[in-house]
Write a new protein. Structure first.
Length: 75
């Protein structure tokens, strides 16, 4: 094995970075909704973005990551 042999090619590493960014965006969309007053309950934690959209983006990011890893090389 040569010194510069990597597990994946350059394009696949780029796709892995993109999938990690997609996962990070999903987790960022889930965050927030904190109340300024701890005595008051904030219903914003149950909105569409945090309950439906963000988990879907995270799952799509993980699916894209798995697809990128399992994809056969062109050679």
């Amino acid at each position: 094995m040569k010194k510069n042999d990597f597990l994946f090619d350059k394009n696949r590493y780029r796709l892995l970075i993109v999938s990690l960014l997609i996962i990070s965006i999903g987790f960022l969309l889930m965050s927030g909704g904190a109340s300024d007053d701890p005595e008051v309950f904030n219903d914003r934690i149950y909105n569409f973005r945090r309950i439906r959209l963000a988990p879907l983006i995270v799952i799509l990011g993980f699916t894209f990551c798995i697809f990128t890893i399992l994809k056969k090389p062109k050679n």
